[in-house]
Ligand binder design. Structure first.
Ligand SMILES: Cc1ncc(C[n+]2csc(CCOP(=O)(O)OP(=O)(O)O)c2C)c(N)n1
Length: 652
């Protein structure tokens, strides 16, 4: 017998249409219990989901998202939505392969419209669907975007809002304002949201509604709308809400945990054929004291144990992030020009520790990657040494800034790219699979990877003194391999790889973290009678041409290994360098992430799937070593022959 009365029976949201308010409240309890129980086992986003339980129930009660459109921003708050759309059975495999993704995933359900995990996208995709439905004559589809108070500050969200106000149809932005990002929200808008409280009673708001409407940009039209609104909506029209100036009718703030009022409000708002922003105040982590009291720790915790009021997070080993924070603290102690900047990820990147130690020289700018990079360009121009500390996947947001404001100016902005490579449970939306490809075509850029803590420390020191242009360092979402810190490694020298183990039959040239797997693969190959040299390439740009030249001259197979997409990654850098310098490339083989999406699962499992773990490396090199010698010349195929027409043209 299930411990739940409702959840196992909800195949789709139509199931809750007839629920009484008491039943909905009981369902909310069940949802919180189920989510918390599962996240305790597998880890995942907890506080953001606990905060939107009532809001999600109300949305599904009022709208029909099998026909209407629901677009999530970030999407980390989608667990309640998944439970209401027939995925309760998948919950026990949350964030695991073939299980329930931690973000919206159209492969799972027609109720999920986009695979998303990056902030700021929800309003724009919703505007697109609203326009699309309108042009397709499907005007009966309502469109709703759900966005958090820290994500709405993102530049892309602002661009979306700016355009949303021009829509001439129903369009609803639900602003889930819990007064938090992962950590404390940053910047002026956070202060603004903080000031608007639900303190106004509906009655007093009602008195002012008429006055407010007159001031709205759409003037006359708004007046007309006003006469058509229900009492509830009129009463909750916001007093001079900032987003009014974007052409949206702003309603709220209202209490996001008062289910009956939420439902009533959404019923009314649904009828408005004009863009509306409904400002909803919620409590992040609602339902459990431990999570509402500490929503940062419980934003996306590792598995944890609860015993009564005590909550104990499963402890892991020392992460690359922790190693980075310590190494940077040392760098910052020694060099007062060094600045550390994060865009909304102080805890995830380790910058939170630096902010505590160096409040003047470490800062969080909120979810604003483009701004973070440009601000650092400005700082570099003044002679400072800014280190943008950012997840590889989120740096994708700021490629244009890396190009124009940083690289084109030749400014020595330093990029520390955490979570490079496969990221495990967060899945495809968060893999750092393309930073090399993205940055390598920027003239003057130096690209590095760290295989362990000692190399991370050495790389940061290299970056500190590297003023010739921008530089970037990648390291994974993983624990630093043993043996740790005190281990001495040679300093980083521009474009120089380092030998890790000797061998005569083949050479592995690994870029950063996979060098650890390569060393294990070398042992496996030894049992098969092969002696393999392993190098940590350290640099993808410039590559170690001298070493490559020497290796190519020996004629042994060379395998490049990386946890980056094979196209445009480190292996490509090696092949292109050979091509440019007239070196043969037949003996060079590449191993990296394949040209297909790798979904959520364990990081180890994902590496195995991609074939870049020790077993995969040993297998690939065995294939290469045991392949029959290749024919040196292949006959020319039909498609490569000039056509008769071309021959005529050429006068042949
Ligand atoms: C472009 C981008 N940068 C950073 C992140 C990491 N991130 C995920 S959730 C989050 C906080 C979002 O805050 P908010 O929108 O207020 O939602 P809440 O978690 O408070 O419900 C951040 C910074 C991201 N997903 N996308």
């Amino acid at each position: 017998m299930s411990e739940y009365r409702f959840l196992p029976h909800i195949r789709d949201p139509s199931a809750i249409k007839a629920f009484s308010h008491d039943e909905l409240a009981e369902l909310a309890q069940e949802m919180r219990h189920a989510i918390c129980g599962q996240v305790a086992k597998s880890g995942g986003h907890l506080a953001p989901n606990l905060g939107v339980v009532e809001l999600t129930i109300a949305l599904h009660r009022v709208f029909d998202f099998s026909h209407d459109r629901l677009l999530f921003d970030v999407g980390h708050q989608c667990y309640p939505h998944k439970l209401l759309t027939g995925r309760f059975d998948m919950l026990p495999r949350l964030r695991q392969s073939e299980g329930m993704a931690g973000f919206p995933e159209p492969r799972e359900s027609e109720y999920d419209l986009f695979s998303v995990g990056h902030a700021g996208t929800g309003i724009s995709t919703a505007v697109g669907m609203a326009r699309g439905d309108q042009l397709n004559g499907e005007t009966d589809r309502n469109v709703v975007a759900l966005v958090g108070d820290s994500s709405i500050v993102n530049g892309l969200a602002m661009e979306g809002l700016n355009n949303a106000g021009t829509l001439k149809r129903q369009f609803l932005v639900v602003l889930n304002d819990n007064g938090m990002s992962i950590g404390k929200p940053q910047g002026a808008l956070a202060g603004y949201f903080d000031k608007i409280r639900i303190s106004e009673r509906y009655d007093s708001l009602k008195q002012r509604a008429h006055e407010v409407l007159k001031k709205l940009p759409a003037g006359q039209y708004m007046e007309e709308l006003y006469h058509r609104f229900g009492e509830m909506t009129k009463a909750a029209l916001a007093h001079q809400h900032l987003f009014e100036h974007f052409g949206l009718l702003c309603i709220g703030p209202i209490d996001g945990h008062d289910l009956p009022s939420l439902i009533e409000m959404l019923e009314e708002v649904k009828k408005i054929d004009h863009p509306v922003l409904l400002h909803v105040k919620t409590v992040k982590g609602k339902g459990f004291d431990f999570s509402s009291d500490d929503p940062t720790t419980f934003h996306s915790p590792k598995p944890f144990r609860r015993e009564g009021c005590r909550v104990e997070l499963k402890s892991g080993g020392r992460s690359f992030t922790a190693a980075y924070a310590d190494a940077m603290a040392d760098v910052m102690n020694r060099d007062d020009k060094v600045i550390a900047v994060t865009a909304g990820m102080p805890d995830g990147t380790g910058v939170a520790d630096l902010i505590k130690k160096f409040p003047e020289r470490a800062l969080d700018v909120g979810i604003a990657e483009e701004h973070a990079v440009d601000m650092c360009a400005g700082m570099a121009k003044t002679g400072l040494k800014p280190f943008v500390t950012i997840y590889s996947t989120f740096l994708q947001r700021a490629v244009d800034q890396c190009f124009q404001e940083v690289a084109l100016q030749g400014l020595p902005v330093r990029f520390c790219m955490d979570r490079a490579g496969l990221v495990g449970g967060d899945g495809a939306v968060h893999h750092g699979f393309m930073d090399v490809a993205m940055l390598r075509s920027l003239p003057g850029m130096t690209l590095m990877a760290a295989m362990d803590e000692a190399n991370l420390v050495a790389a940061l020191e290299f970056m500190r003194t590297h003023d010739a242009g921008p530089s970037a360092l990648r390291y994974p979402r993983d624990e630093v391999p043993e043996p740790a810190p005190a281990d001495e490694v040679a300093p980083f020298e521009l474009g120089r790889a380092t030998l890790l183990a000797e061998g005569a039959d083949a050479a592995i040239l690994a870029y950063g973290f996979p060098a650890n797997h390569a060393l294990v693969a070398r042992e496996q190959l030894k049992t098969r009678g092969y002696s393999v040299a392993v190098y940590d390439a350290r640099f993808a740009k410039p590559v170690d041409l001298e070493l490559i030249r020497e290796l190519v001259a020996t004629g042994i197979p060379i395998l490049t290994v990386e946890d980056h997409h094979e196209n445009g990654g480190f292996g490509t850098c090696v092949i292109e360098a050979c091509n440019e310098h007239g070196l043969p490339t037949q003996a060079i083989h590449r191993l990296g992430l394949p040209d297909k999406w790798i979904y959520q699962g364990g990081r180890g499992e994902q590496q195995r799937l991609a074939g870049i773990d020790a077993g995969g490396i040993a297998r690939k090199l065995t294939e290469v070593l045991e392949a029959p010698a290749r024919a040196t010349a292949t006959p020319i195929g039909d498609r490569a022959r000039p056509t008769p027409a071309l021959n005529r043209k050429l006068g042949a």
